[in-house]
Design a protein around this ligand. Structure first.
Ligand code: NAP
Length: 288
């Protein structure tokens, strides 16, 4: 179904710029966008988007049907009260700010936060969505997990999926409590893989390869393996693919013997690393 979206986006930095570029590409003429950012650095050229330095510069009668909050988490709470004049069309408000909860969004908009089920039905009918994208969004290859207090009407859900899908894939999670785990896996995940690339490149040089050769080998191995996993999804699991390239007593088996040794193998390390990220996400939420 072709989407028609009247968008207000607040913040046009790294993530906001990626979202805007993705929406312009995927929605084309279906998108009418106004963007607020004091210094937008990621502005698509000749896009027809109207830019404003601050919320108060918007026309007084402006009424978007989707609002995207793409500012830093500490700026979100300050901005929310200033948004209320622009909510007359009962838009869906999508926040990508890490750690800002649905209840905090509701409170910031002056809604009566009576508990999860009450949020979406709050007096002014504004729907709230909390989303967690990840860095590959900047090339349209991200995964954005999102949640809402209660199910959205199909048309509103389609709008949310069109907006978040513009950065790659989107995935609705039923329980907001899962967002800390999402943060630990897909939110922080790109950094784990970048670090794996660093380690593998350093190991390649230890084995005598030049930095250039190491980089070429490692980057294409990671990219190609990721694509293969993706293409075979549903037919062949990661475990099966690994087993297919592991001949008994061969070179891969020798390396995996080290990576899989217990209790100090990669599985334990990854579990400890993601548990630390999960714990920190909960801690930051408590502070915020
Ligand atoms: N980057 C990631 O990988 C990632 C992943 C998941 C979630 N997120 C979330 O995405 C959000 C944006 O992150 P980002 O990396 O895109 O940050 P960013 O590059 O700093 O972009 C934020 C933009 O908002 C602007 N801004 C600041 N105050 C504003 C205001 N009052 N009104 C309108 N615009 C304002 C900033 O301008 P100035 O620079 O001039 O202040 C900047 O251009 C964050 O909440 C973050 O938690 C990011």
């Amino acid at each position: 179904m072709a989407q028609s979206i009247n968008l207000l986006q607040i913040g046009c930095g790294q993530m906001g710029g990626a979202m805007l570029a993705g929406m312009l590409a995927s929605l084309g003429r279906g998108l009418t966008a106004r963007v607020v950012d004091p210094q937008p650095r990621h502005v698509p050229q000749d896009s027809g988007v109207s830019f404003y330095h601050q919320l108060g510069d918007l026309p007084a009668d402006y009424a978007p049907d989707v609002v995207v909050l793409a500012v830093k988490p500490q700026q979100v709470m300050e901005l929310l009260p200033q948004l209320t004049p622009y909510l007359s069309a009962k838009p869906v408000v999508i926040s990508i700010a890490a750690g800002i909860t649905l209840a905090q969004l509701a409170q910031g908009l002056g809604k009566d936060s009576l508990g999860h089920n009450a949020l979406a039905d709050a007096a002014d009918g504004v729907y709230l969505v909390r989303a967690m994208p990840n860095l590959p969004a900047v090339i349209g290859q991200g995964i954005t997990a999102w949640c809402t207090a209660s199910p959205l009407p199909p048309m509103v859900q389609a709008r949310v999926e069109a907006v978040l899908g513009s950065m790659g894939h989107s995935l609705l999670v039923q329980d907001e409590g899962a967002m800390d785990a999402v943060t630990a896996i897909s939110g922080s995940g790109p950094a784990y893989l970048f670090y794996l690339a660093e380690c593998l490149m350093a190991a390649a040089q230890d084995l005598g390869l030049s930095a250039e050769v190491a980089e070429t080998l490692v980057l294409q191995t990671l990219a190609g393996s990721g694509q293969l996993l993706r293409q075979r999804q549903g037919d062949c699991s990661a475990t099966e693919l690994r087993q297919q390239v592991t001949s008994p007593a061969g070179t891969t088996a020798a390396a995996l013997g080290v990576l899989m040794q217990s209790p100090h193998g990669l599985a334990e390390l990854m579990a400890a690393a993601t548990a630390a990220a999960h714990h920190r996400s909960i801690e930051l939420r408590a502070v915020g």
